[in-house]
Design a protein around this ligand. Structure first.
Ligand SMILES: [Zn+2]
Length: 302
């Protein structure tokens, strides 16, 4: 078994309980070199088909025939999508150009936002069928990888390539970055957002306690996440992938805790308050939190 983050080969069991999905048991292991964790075995094509695509995006299926998706970009406070838009504006990515490729674009919310800054945007989704559905429902230029390369055989280049909560789903993240280099010119900025599911913060500690109490009793969620990183291991990944860092920042989202306080749900409301407390504690240290934002350029080969 290999660490997808640092390339190491030594692992010890990780505290995440085993997870049963599609009649298979997935287990979790921690790399003794970089302290990232990974799943084993990897979900196969059949598992992936069950986990992703339009099934994973119920908001599209609820639209009537001919009805288009409308965007409300007012996300709740401390939401991972809201953070992605916040960073886009904060770091003024408009300074790097006018074309954006959004990999794993999902609903297209990021493209919709970037268009307001004058960007021409293209999105890519992993399933060709899902991409087609998204294109019809959003009016945005969203394609599967195959259709995109057929439509633009000259390998279109982009000023910004964005990956929002994508890498942690990949069973070969380093090779995946490699495969995107054909869309980059020498000054392209890669903007990457994602979770730091193994990083320091009170809410992770609470989840850890919950998992330890659960013992070896298994979970039954979709094993969508392949790798679990912290502040340092995530940075290690980008260095190994050949980037020179422009920005790296950690923030904290409410998820997986509830984002609403409702007096009628005392337990959920308690979790809400703990998540807010955790966010406030994490403000004391710039390395604490559970989501990261990274931007970098590919190192030039001399
Ligand atoms: Zn490692």
């Amino acid at each position: 078994m290999e660490c997808l983050i640092c390339g190491g080969n030594n692992f010890k069991p990780y505290y995440y309980p085993p997870n049963i999905f599609n009649n298979k048991t997935f287990t979790y292991h921690e790399c003794t070199s970089c302290y990232s964790a990974r799943i084993s075995p990897f979900p196969n094509d059949e598992d992936m088909a069950l986990m992703y695509g339009s099934n994973d995006h119920a908001y599209l299926l609820s639209l009537k025939d001919g009805e288009q998706l409308s965007y409300s970009l007012n996300y709740p406070k401390y939401n991972h999508q809201g953070f992605q838009l916040h960073f886009f504006k904060k770091y003024n990515y408009k300074q790097y150009g006018t074309t954006l490729l959004d990999i794993g674009c999902g609903s297209g919310f990021y493209m919709n936002y970037a268009q307001n800054f004058g960007f021409t945007c293209y999105g890519i989704e992993f399933s060709e069928d899902f991409a087609k559905l998204l294109r019809a429902k959003t009016g945005l230029d969203i394609y599967g990888f195959k259709e995109f390369s057929e439509r633009f055989p000259g390998e279109k280049k982009f000023d910004i390539i964005h990956l929002g909560h994508v890498l942690e789903h990949s069973i070969e993240p380093k090779q995946f970055i490699e495969s995107l280099k054909k869309y980059a010119h020498p000054e392209t900025v890669f903007v990457v957002d994602g979770p730091l599911e193994k990083n320091k913060c009170l809410s992770r500690f609470i989840i850890k306690c919950g998992s330890l109490l659960k013992g070896n009793r298994s979970n039954t969620y979709h094993p969508q996440h392949i790798t679990f990183t912290d502040f340092n291991s995530q940075l290690t990944f980008f260095e190994r992938a050949g980037f020179t860092k422009l920005n790296y920042e950690v923030q904290e989202q409410m998820f997986p805790f509830p984002s609403e306080f409702k007096i009628s749900h005392p337990f959920r409301s308690m979790l809400f308050l703990l998540a807010r407390l955790s966010i406030n504690i994490s403000k004391l240290n710039s390395k604490w939190g559970n989501v990261f934002h990274y931007a970098g350029k590919l190192k030039r080969k001399s």
